[in-house]
Structures are given as C-alpha cells and as structure tokens.
Ligand binder design. Structure first.
Ligand code: PBG
Length: 331
C-alpha cells in the first residue's frame, strides 16, 4: 500500500483537531457487545470471597450470583464464562468431579438458566484442571498427559454441561482432536445447536498465575503445561491449530492470552473468516488493575487495552473488566 500525499499539503493532524472529527474517522469501536464476563464460583452459601491476586474479583457461591448477573444483564453483556473453585478434598487423579452432574458448574448452569432463561449466554470450559489433584488439564500417567484417554472424559464433561443448559462449550484443554469428538457426541444426543468455541491457540503462558489461584490449582500443579499448550515462540503453528479446530467443527476460536498475542489474533483473522475471541487473561487484568490502584496508569488504560484487541481483528474479548468498565471513559 502506498501512503499518498506530502507535507505541507497533507497534514494528518487536521483529522485529529477536535473530538467530533476524531469520532468521525475512528476505525474501530468498543461496545458492551464485545465483552464476555468470566465468573468464579465457590461452594457454600452467602459467599463472596476476594481473590488476593485479582483485586476487585471474587468467587461467588450460587446464591450470591444474583448481584453480578443482574448487573451483567442490565448492561447487556452477551455472555458469561463460568469457572469453579473446587475444594481440594474432592479432587482426584482423574478429575472425576468433572462428571458429577451435581458439581458446582452444573448447579450454577441450572440456576442461571432457570432464573434468566435466554437473557444471557453461558459458556463453560471443558478441561480437567479444576478437578485434578495434579492440576493438569488431562489424565497424567508416568509424567505424561494422555491425549486420547483424556478426550474420552472431556466428551462426557462437554455433554453433561450441554445437557444442563450450557449454550457454548469451550474446550480449553489443548488435546489433539477433541473438537471433532465433542461435536460428534453432542450431535448424537441431538444437541446440534450447542456451539463450540475452541481455545484453539492457547499458549503455555506465565500470565495465568492469578487464575490458578482463583480456581485453586496453583498449589497443586505439578510441572508445567508445555506438552499440550503452545510454545510462545510460535506463530505459524497457531494457524495449524485453528484450521484443524475449524475442520473439526469449532464455531468460534479463542486466542489466549491477549495483549502479548495481538499478532496471533491478526493472523488468525486474516487467514480464517471465523469469529475470533481474545482472552485478556488474569495476569493481564492484575497488572493493569494494580497499575491503576497504585496510580501508575490511568483507568482509561483499560479501554485502550480492549481497543487493541478490536484493532487486531478480535470480534469479542473475554475480560475480567467486562462488568465494571466505564465505556464512556473514552472521551
Ligand atoms: C484452564 C484454564 C486456564 C485459564 C482458563 N482456562 C488456566 C490454564 O490453562 O492453566 C486461564 C485464564 C486466565 O488466566 O484468566 N484450562
């Protein structure tokens, strides 16, 4: 592309001279329709427990969900993503609690769907890490994560969540071939309208730390997730991951983390015309939030960070700022 024109005939500052013209020539925008709100769940009643490493974010017991859900619905946030904190005493090597139809996530889905019907979408992770005693997303045997054996369980976990009323199934485990098996199983049970949003390009990242505190897998995690999550030195590989997941039946794909991976969002969007969702993960949230609280950066940095995803080509963003962000702060 050639940039035409030459100073002094051309002065790019003219199109920035006041607020109205800046609004007129803006190339991207950010609305509530772009936001997905993650919610952490905990057992018990009347619980709203702060998460230390994520200032302003809490774990809610099911009966305490009303406040945050009412606010999300009033704001017209299109979808929430549910994440359970599992008590250590019910975790085991196989993550059996994932298949318990009365586990925390299943009860929360039933509760939300009963109360709010179709007013807001629900997305749920499919992976075993909240439930395993070793903190991995799959079955661990002789220091290896078993791919196909893990999928056998994930397929059942996805089916269970869908039966409970989950609208969007989100496999975040990075096993090979799981999208196809989950799609087949859902279709076989006539759950053809349940969508699959694949965490297709999910990197083995250092930015997940606070999330692992939130779901209680930080103290138990043995080793790292590098044999299944992607190597952050790679870009082309993300296109292979995405193309496979699309062929297997993914309706949307997630790139995760967010801000350090804007190049990946852009190349996925350029190569595949599919909805791309960015996940601004826990570590990104905490860095920005702490910066604001310590008055190192202004609150407007939140909007700037979210706008970067839109500029990179994301259709929506999973962000812990979704329900508190002031969208008018831009001006
Ligand atoms: C679980 C999962 C993780 C996140 C979302 N789903 C953590 C991990 O893979 O270790 C991270 C989200 C965040 O950091 O906000 N598979």
């Amino acid at each position: 592309m050639i940039i035409t024109g030459k100073y002094p005939n051309l002065r790019l500052r003219r199109n920035r001279k006041s607020e109205w013209i800046r609004r007129l020539v803006q190339e991207t925008n950010l609305t509530v329709n772009d936001l997905i709100l993650p919610i952490f769940l905990t057992e018990g009643i009347n619980k709203k427990i702060p998460i230390k490493s994520m200032p302003g974010i809490y774990r809610y017991s099911i009966n305490k969900l009303l406040g945050i859900l009412d606010r999300a619905i009033r704001r017209k946030i299109p979808m929430v993503a549910l994440f359970p904190y599992t008590n250590p005493n019910i975790k085991d090597v196989l993550g059996s609690e994932a298949l318990n139809e009365n586990n925390l996530v299943c009860r929360a889905i039933r509760y939300i769907k009963k109360r709010y019907k179709n007013e807001i979408g629900i997305m749920c992770d499919v992976a075993l890490d909240p439930y395993t005693s070793h903190g991995h997303d799959g079955i661990l045997k002789k220091r290896k994560i078993l791919n196909d054996e893990t999928i056998d369980i994930l397929v059942e976990q996805a089916l269970l969540q869908a039966k409970m009323g989950c609208d969007v199934i989100a496999p975040s485990d990075m096993m090979d071939g799981r999208i196809k098996r989950i799609r087949q199983r859902l279709d076989k049970e006539n759950l053809k309208d349940v969508q699959i949003i694949s965490y297709a390009a999910k990197y083995a990242s250092n930015f997940y730390g606070p999330f692992r505190e939130a779901v209680g897998s930080n103290n138990v995690l043995k080793g790292d997730k590098k044999t299944y999550q992607m190597d952050f030195r790679n870009c082309n590989e993300s296109l292979r991951e995405v193309s496979l997941d699309i062929k297997e039946g993914a309706d949307m794909v997630i790139v995760k983390p967010g801000m350090p991976y804007l190049d990946i969002i852009r190349s996925v969007k350029d190569n595949f015309k599919i909805p791309v969702i960015a996940y601004q993960v826990s570590g990104e949230y905490s860095l920005i939030k702490n910066g604001i609280q310590k008055k190192i950066i202004h609150e407007k940095s939140i909007i700037e960070s979210l706008m970067s995803f839109k500029r990179a080509g994301a259709n929506a963003i999973i962000t812990y700022f979704a329900d508190t962000i002031n969208l008018d702060l831009f001006n």
